[in-house]
Structures are given as structure tokens and as C-alpha cells.
Ligand binder design. Sequence first.
Ligand code: GLU
Length: 470
Amino acid sequence: MVRTRFAPSPTGYLHIGGLRTALYAYLFAKKHGGKFILRIEDTDRTREVAGAVDIIISALDKAGIRYDEGPIVGGDHGPYIQSERKDIYLKYAKQLLESGDAYCCFCSKERLSDIHEHGATKYDKHCLRLSKAEVQERIARGEPYVIRQNIPETGNSTYHDEVFGDVTVDFSDLEDNILIKSDGMPTYNFANVIDDHLMGITHCIRGVEYLMSTPKYNLLYDALGWERPVYIHLQPIMRDAQHKLSKRDGDAGFEDFLRKGFLPHAIVNYIALLGWNPKNNREKLSMDELIDLFSIEGLQKSSSIFDETKMRWLNSLYVKEMSAYEFHAAALPFYAEYCPDKNIDYEYLSELLQPRVEILTDIKERSAFLDAFDSFDTELFVNKKWKTDVDMARRLIDSCIKATEAEDLNAALEAVAEAEGLKKGQVMWIYRIALTGAAATPGGGAEMIKLFGKAEALRRLSHVKEILKA
Ligand code: GLU
């Protein structure tokens, strides 16, 4: 059975690229009726951020990526948090020490920086030469030490990656990495192998930054007599041709995009297509369709550039498709932020705005008209296209008030236009400006009356009448 995993470090943040890695691993597992596992890689205690695991779990949940095994839900291969698996790593580290595939290293920080200063590009295997007795004695004395992988000094290793093809690395380019740190915690270099094997991972899907170090991990699989997983390395998501989309630019986090008013599934849909081609020219795909279409063959070897405008467009398709209830519920927090406590029908506002926003933060600009009346500017009556002006507004204001009382506003305004020898559009312009004080509104006079209520509309028009008199 196919088993894949997402193995984030709890940094307090889920990068959009990480989310995409999780998504591909999830899609692949589900496509093949397999299991998707969440494993928390928290062995670097210095990078720990409080609440970071919750952020990951909640982000995956919002994205609709459900894991079958992992923290909270458990499973047969737990614990799924690496810091709770310390003894497991130590057991296998001991096995590697005995077989000679690993060794204890007592070198101090000073010695290590010293050899680097003298031109060494990697660790010089100094402690490999210590006798067994000396190692035992120094451990017994309580000297701090790490356990390093013993990588052959010559030769090379080739493995097959599903995206990049055959990858060959010379052992001379690899360093005897630390497997177990002096605090007894494993490094990524060790824990990923132990866990992927013990958790029965069949396909290892991760970032391309691990492409060249994978031969090191393969040596560990071989030394422990374990089968290697299938490797699928993914290109990063780029901001432009030269730069990765990075946290530093503040535009790479899944939560950042949610705050910007993107819908979770629109983000998922967009990033699914960044690096993978479904080969059917369709761009709007549900999670079920993504699962159905996903294939390793569609993964791109080249990196892809993130295009927020495109994601915005895709998001607008999802916004249009929401039910009135869904849109209103999603818009409420944005009303609370941009236009709270207005005496208007907010549900109707949602009805007016839904076809006019691409992402939910567009509500800010689209609802700005609600504040316009408070700083009414009569110059807005002057419109070149419609050939309207302030005098015309003054002449029409009483008719506008009367039309508001009429059963059918549009018919009433049409009648005004006819009586005055004006175009309907001219009267409509004057009317809408008088009612809102805003040049751009989501809807015309009739919609605005529905939004404010007739009493408020009349109050506004009388107020404008006063202003125009002055
Ligand atoms: N913790 C690693 C990372 O966040 C996981 C890499 C992997 O998937 O093996 O980069």
C-alpha cells in the first residue's frame, strides 16, 4: 500500500511551498488508495516555536488535506513527533556504531572551526581513528560526543528520482554528517531515514534541497538492511526567476494569503498547478478532481513562478460560486474590519459585493462608498461623460425626493428625465451621487435604497438639498 508523509519542522508558519509538498504527498496517497501521514520534525529544539504544531494542523485542515496518521489522530506507527522518538533513534545509532557505519566523535567546536580555517571543506574523520578502548574511556569519563555517519572516502552512488531521473553523487563530495547530537537528539539526516522506514513510507516526496544528500540516506538504508523508498523531489516555488518565494518577503505563508482574503481551496487549487500539469488544460479543479488526475509524470522538472494575479483570478471563480450564505459568512469578518456598525442591510451588501470582489479584502475598496456621504463633495455632480453639473443637481433634487417616494423608482426617474429633456443616465448619475456621495457604488439608486432603507435615503436627499441651497 502506498504511504506518503508530510514532515514539517514546527517553525510557527506554513510556507506555501510546504503546503504544496503536503498536497502532492496527499494527492498521490489518495490517488492510490493509500495513507498520508503527518510527522513533526522537531529535533532542532533551538528553532522551536510555541503553538507551531497547532498552526500546521489547522492549516492542513483549512486546506482540506486530511492526514490518516499523525499527532492527535495517532496510528500504528507513532509517536509521530520526533522528539518523542529519541530512544528509537539511539537504538539504530548503536547498531550502526557496531557495524562500523557510524562512529563517535569528540571533536570540540574549536577543533572543527580550526580545520575549516585551514582549508578543510568537511570533517576529516579524525575520531574514526580512535581505538575502541579510548572511545569507551572518554564516554565513561562523561566527555560530550556526537555520532557521525561513516561515509566511504571513494566511489559514488546512483539512485533514481522520479522527477530528476538518475542522480549520481561522489562520496568524496559528502561529509560524515552528525546523526546524533551531543544532547542525544537525532539530526534530520538520521531521523528521516529511521522514520520513513519504521513508518512504512513507500514514496518520499520532499523539496529538491535533499536531492544531493539522498545518497547519504541510501547508505543508511543499505547499512540497516532496509529497502529504500521511491524518491520524488520537488522544485521550489519562485517569486521570480532568481528568488524563491520566501518568508522574509512576507508573502509566502498560507495564513498570509488567507488574511489577504484568498479562499483556502482556491489557494490549494492554484498551488497544485504550480509544478504539476494535469494535461487537460483545466484550471479550476476540486480536491476530488485533483486526486483523480494527479500523476508523478505531470510533475515539472523546472521551477515555477508564483503569479498572484492568476491566483486572484482563480479565487474570483470560487467566490462567484459560493452560496449567498457562504459568501456572507466569509465576508463578515471583513465587514467588521472595514465597515462596522453601519445602519445598512449587511446581507444585501453581500449580495451586491459577491459578483464584484475577487478576493475578500477587495471588500475594503468596494465598501468605501459607505463612508462617502459623511464628507459630501458637490463637485461629484460634475461629470464630463454625462454632461451633468451642480446646477442641474439643484434643479433636480426635489424631483429626486419625489421619485424616492414612488412605487417604481426607475420609472419615476425616467419620467423626470423626460420632463426635463435630459437623458436617463444624467438623472441616474445625479440621483446616485445625491444618495451616496460616491462616484463608484455597487449598484444603482434602487439598490442603494434597498441597502440603506427608504427613510435613510430620504434623510440623505433632504440633507443634500440643504447643501445645494447654501
Ligand atoms: N523537516 C524537513 C523540512 O521541513 C522535511 C523534509 C522531508 O520531507 O524529508 O524540510
